[in-house]
Design a binder for this molecule. Structure first.
Ligand code: PXG
Length: 457
């Protein structure tokens, strides 16, 4: 059924509560209705074409309309649309995807526990970590350390692991046993040090927290290799190796949340490979199916898997959709496309460097104080005064002004505060990257004009 935009919007605001949304202000304004996607472009209900520089929500890494993924889902829907993996049963797609994940992940990973999303995957992480230490005879080791401005999902455990103050203030979070340290955000906290010096300083905050909590109480540390929703915060090269050293020294489990960084986004299969650390557990979602269907999970490294398998006893945890056959079939198809088209190497050798080059050019723009990229993700920090890196008053919401110009000019770019971020599909051509960079520059210029007119710069 075709409806006008206004009709869609009226029905939407009458019945649909959107995630992370002020329902009152959205109802007054009306949603943008996205009706179609092809390759890296979307179309809205007004017929506008939009370049999707966020890959949906960091997930449509292979672009829209991939026939291989559609065929895999269709075939599986016809053959067996659902069966569970409880009660000693399984299905061929779940087995084959588990096998394939063991092949493409680092060598310590031979086992996977499936979930339906990244948030659920991180709930599973909390359960696995605590079960592991119980089995090791150390049930008091139950504290998990995470970071402020981390994003690990929106379930009670996911939001607790995350470090978003706005989420913690609603609903009495974090849950007990989860504590946070500061993030490795050089622009905000490290100026005055070199990036490399700051990386070590930021990692040592973990050691300080371990000593404050008590080393015999700490179960695990969790982090995103690059913080995504927090604003594409690329840590200094020295950060993760020092985190690894500290986790090793205190025997703490290291968890890499690869929901955004996994499956090629950083130019290696997983972000931990780009940054040189060796996690015990790895959460994934999004890119595993290129976002075509919900699927997530946790890769369980030998240290934890062997303990759970060898010691035995039921792990009392699981979801109806753990190992959903249709989702797993799409996961298999999507990993096969990444392999067949050599997309991970292409991000590493060609697309990532080209994006980095564009961002280094954009760094000259008067509004840009810092430009960072890692593989196919990038951030532009907007500043009021380029010479001093003075930032804008946050209440001005300058990032939202810029995002408004992007929306109006056919570009989807996210604003996290005054940090403008992209995570484009991994299938982009060089020409499409050039087109995206030209749009970004135009939107920065329009933003500068608007801010100048308002007297804010
Ligand atoms: N971990 C990380 C690192 C994520 O980025 C999740 C876990 C949770 O995944 P699910 O599938 O439960 O949503 C995420 C999700 C944003 C934004 O505004 C980012 C995410 C989700 C929604 C919005 O950038 N990341």
């Amino acid at each position: 059924m075709t409806r006008t935009t206004q009709q869609w919007q009226a029905a939407d605001s009458a019945h649909h509560l959107h995630p992370f949304t002020d329902f009152k202000s959205l109802a007054a304004k009306g949603s943008r209705v996205i009706t179609r996607g092809e390759n890296i472009y979307l179309w809205d209900s007004e017929g506008h074409q939009i370049l999707d520089a966020m890959s949906g929500l960091w997930c449509v890494n292979l672009g829209y309309g991939r026939q291989e993924l559609i065929d895999a889902a269709t075939h599986q829907l016809k053959t067996l649309p659902f069966y569970n993996s409880f009660f000693q049963t399984t299905t061929p797609p779940a087995i084959e995807l588990a096998e394939l994940l063991a092949e493409v992940t680092p060598p310590q990973f031979k086992h996977v526990f499936f979930s339906g999303s990244g948030s659920e995957g991180n709930d599973t992480v909390v359960r696995l970590v605590r079960r592991y230490w119980d089995l090791m005879g150390k049930p008091k080791r139950d504290v998990i350390i995470s970071r402020h401005n981390a994003y690990h999902g929106s379930t009670m455990a996911g939001a607790s692991l995350g470090g978003m103050s706005g989420m913690h203030s609603q609903g009495g979070l974090p849950i007990p046993g989860i504590v946070h340290i500061q993030q490795p955000f050089w622009f905000e906290q490290g100026q005055g040090h070199t990036r490399d010096e700051f990386g070590v300083i930021a990692a040592r905050w973990l050691e300080e927290k371990i000593l404050a909590v008590g080393a015999d109480r700490v179960a695990a540390f969790i982090g995103e290799p690059v913080q995504g929703a927090g604003g594409v915060i690329v840590p200094p090269d020295t950060y993760w190796p020092e985190i690894q050293r500290i986790c090793d020294q205190y025997g703490i489990l290291l968890v890499s949340d690869e929901v955004i960084c996994g499956f090629g986004r950083t130019g290696r299969w997983f972000g931990c490979e780009t940054f040189g650390f060796r996690p015990d557990l790895m959460t994934f979602a999004k890119g595993v199916t290129s976002g075509y269907i919900p699927l997530g999970g946790v890769m369980v490294g030998d240290r934890v898997a062997r303990t759970m398998i060898d010691k035995g006893g039921e792990f009392a945890h699981g979801y109806t959709y753990s190992g959903h056959p249709v989702a797993c079939a799409v996961g298999i198809a999507s990993i096969r496309v990444l392999q067949r088209e050599g997309l991970v190497d292409r991000v590493h050798d060609e697309l990532g460097p080209h994006l980095a080059w564009h961002f280094s050019e954009l760094a000259d723009h008067p509004l840009v104080g810092e430009a960072q990229t890692c593989g196919m993700m990038g951030a532009l920090q907007l500043v009021r005064d380029k010479a001093t890196n003075a930032v804008f008053d946050p209440t001005l919401e300058v990032g939202m002004v810029c995002r408004g110009h992007c929306f109006a000019n056919g570009l989807i770019m996210r604003a996290v505060g005054d940090r403008m971020i992209v995570a484009p599909p991994l299938v982009m051509t060089i020409g499409q990257l050039d087109e995206m960079a030209a749009l970004i520059r135009r939107c920065l210029d329009l933003t500068l004009d608007a801010l100048t007119r308002r007297g804010w710069v």
